[in-house]
Design a protein around this ligand. Structure first.
Ligand SMILES: Cc1cc2nc3c(=O)[nH]c(=O)nc-3n(C[C@H](O)[C@H](O)[C@H](O)COP(=O)(O)OP(=O)(O)OC[C@H]3O[C@@H](n4cnc5c(N)ncnc54)[C@H](O)[C@@H]3O)c2cc1C
Length: 557
């Protein structure tokens, strides 16, 4: 069977395989729940739990992609591309899980057998000719993303943002686009772009209109982020910090704090840095050492911040830092001793800054040089007796000890947005590769005409399609204010891995020219590398968020 299979047949086969993948994933989850005693023993089964997180995520992505192709078909808009992608990806996932089950049969005790009929469908889905045909179609349209969003707001936002990103984020000056100049010169994103974002209401994308926001729903937010990130990861990332503080305030802020901060966040009047990580504290957030002790300044009660923070992105330009600090000196309290502060500071444009407060405190920052994710700079910070008013502790008295919980709530939606960021970077690399292979000739033919090129583009496009539909399905089902970490974590994990894979494949298709710094593909490669690291490094996301949510009683998510 080749890609000429009838669409209805391809969809039926894709659905059958997606169900198999789901059944295998469920069996693996049930077994892992048993082995880990409902999650209590995850650390005794870390390798198994990592595999479980990946299997469950990819099975869910396969289902989302099949559902998308089915929706299109049932509304009379079905197309061979989405159906072939759905079948190819479902086959890839079943093939992978079956291979894992063969190597680790005990992890799949009780799983349904894969019969000959299912094996035949896997062969059909993974047929080289099918992947090549996908690649040929994708190259013919230069990889452009026109998937149906089935949502008018999201569709019009995508159209508008794509045009905006092209004309403003990629605006050329002296022959070089702004996004490329920011990367190559390690510049800070210009205030003119921030002002444009503010005027367009981008910063208020998930702030309710009662606080001056443009709350647009998560699907629209993801579409917006995806388009900005396709032009520049930094453009797509400008919104994330405000998003994290917004969530924390909506969840745990006092009415006064919401009134004071949310309208200013929505208006893009204040820029935010999120400061959780420390030089010696990364994934183990419960060990945060930066401390806040009660203090007073001219009769006003507050807190004195002392300690070091690391990797605080945008901390120079930011007017406020959302900072997690220990308010309970008893370190044995772990998470429960942490509180979240809104720390005002002056904005600084450079790679280094020193800010002496009128109250006497000192904050210094020094940017860490990075190969990508340039444009906001990520800083090491040092606080010395830095005074913050009591009213700036999120939740005030009630918020003491809730900082970890509020920060994680913010990160859950931040991760969904990062699914969008990763999709944008992967999409940009795919389009760049499609354009290049069409122009580049070797051995007398455009390299797009070679089977291997078509196959590689077919795999890249199929995996992006799966990551996109997973992220969109999570965005559709996530309700504002919901505490459902699993879906956003899966979207972030999977889309980030796909972005790393696709950017590297796209670079290889450029040969040596893809290693020249003036070629934009190098920016995509460098930017993609950070996606599996921040907002929970990959291993932590897999073990502490995804596997935990899957195996804890009653939470399949
Ligand atoms: C460019 C960039 C920007 C960033 N921006 C911000 C920001 O704005 N604000 C902020 O607060 N932070 C930020 N970060 C920090 C980021 O969130 C952390 O790097 C991340 O959380 C991981 O922490 P870590 O680097 O200390 O790694 P670690 O926690 O030390 O983990 C390193 C590795 O150790 C292993 N490991 C750790 N724990 C376990 C375990 N329990 N079991 C098994 N293996 C384990 C894993 O392999 C893991 O990949 C940024 C980072 C980068 C690179």
């Amino acid at each position: 069977m080749t890609s000429n299979a009838s669409p209805a047949r391809a969809l039926t086969a894709a659905r059958t395989l997606a169900k198999r993948a789901d059944a295998l994933a469920r069996a693996a989850i049930a077994r892992a729940a048993e082995l880990t005693r409902g999650g209590a023993g995850i650390d005794e089964h870390q390798v198994l739990c990592e595999r479980l997180a990946l299997i469950a995520t990819e099975a869910r992505a396969a289902t989302a992609l099949v559902e998308y192709a089915e929706r299109l078909a049932s509304s009379g808009r079905g197309d061979a591309l989405s159906e072939d992608e759905a079948l190819a990806y479902a086959a890839e996932v079943v093939h992978k899980i079956v291979g894992i089950a063969q190597a680790h049969p005990d992890d799949f005790a009780g799983a349904p057998e894969i019969d000959d009929a299912a094996r035949a469908l896997v062969r059909e889905g993974l047929d080289d000719a099918r992947l090549r045909a996908i690649g040929e179609r994708v190259i013919a349209v230069r990889g452009v993303n026109n998937v149906e969003l089935d949502d008018d707001d999201a569709t019009s936002t995508r159209t508008f943002t794509r045009q905006f990103a092209k004309s403003e984020v990629l605006k050329e000056e002296d022959g070089i686009a702004l996004a490329d100049r920011i990367h190559r010169d390690d510049m800070l994103v210009p205030d003119s772009l921030i002002r444009q974002f503010a005027e367009l209401g981008f910063f208020g994308s998930s702030i309710p209109d009662t606080y001056g926001g443009t709350e647009m729903g998560y699907l629209t937010m993801v579409a917006l982020t995806e388009e900005l990130s396709a032009a520049s990861l930094i453009a797509g990332s400008l919104l994330t910090r405000s998003e994290i503080l917004t969530r924390a305030l909506l969840e745990g802020g006092t009415d006064r704090q919401k009134q004071a901060w949310l309208p200013r966040l929505a208006a893009g009047e204040i820029m935010v840095g999120v400061s959780v990580t420390e030089p010696d504290v990364g994934s183990d957030v419960a060990s945060v050492q930066c401390r806040a002790t009660p203090g007073e300044h001219v009769g006003r009660k507050g807190w004195l911040i002392n300690g070091a923070k690391a990797w605080c992105t945008f901390a120079g330009r930011a007017n406020v830092l959302a900072l997690l600090a220990r308010t309970d000196p008893d370190a044995s309290k772990g998470y429960a001793g942490l509180s979240l502060f809104i720390v005002p500071k002056g904005p600084f444009p450079g790679h280094q800054f020193e800010y002496r407060q009128p109250e006497g405190g000192l904050l210094t920052g020094e940017a860490i040089h990075t190969p990508g994710y340039r444009g906001m700079h990520s800083y090491i910070l040092n606080f010395e007796d830095y005074f913050v008013l009591a009213e700036n502790l999120v939740g005030e008295e009630q918020g003491q000890g809730r900082g970890f919980y509020l920060t994680l709530g913010g990160f859950a939606i931040g991760r969904l947005q990062t699914g969008g960021r990763a999709l944008g970077v992967a999409q940009a690399a795919l389009e760049k590769a499609c354009a290049y292979v069409t122009q580049r000739t070797q051995f007398g033919r455009a390299i797009a005409e070679y089977q291997l090129t078509q196959y590689k583009v077919g795999v890249m496009a199929t995996r992006i399609a799966a990551a996109r539909q997973l992220t969109y399905s999570v965005a559709r089902e996530t309700q504002p204010g919901a505490r459902a970490p699993l879906g956003p974590a899966m979207a972030k994990l999977f889309a980030s891995d796909i972005a790393v894979y696709v950017t590297q494949e796209a670079q290889l298709l450029h040969g040596g020219w893809g290693y020249a710094e003036e070629d934009r593909i190098t920016r995509y490669v460098a930017d993609a590398q950070v996606l599996p690291i921040f907002e929970g490094v990959k291993a932590t996301l897999e073990l502490k968020v995804i596997a935990r949510a899957l195996v804890a009683p009653g939470s399949r998510g």
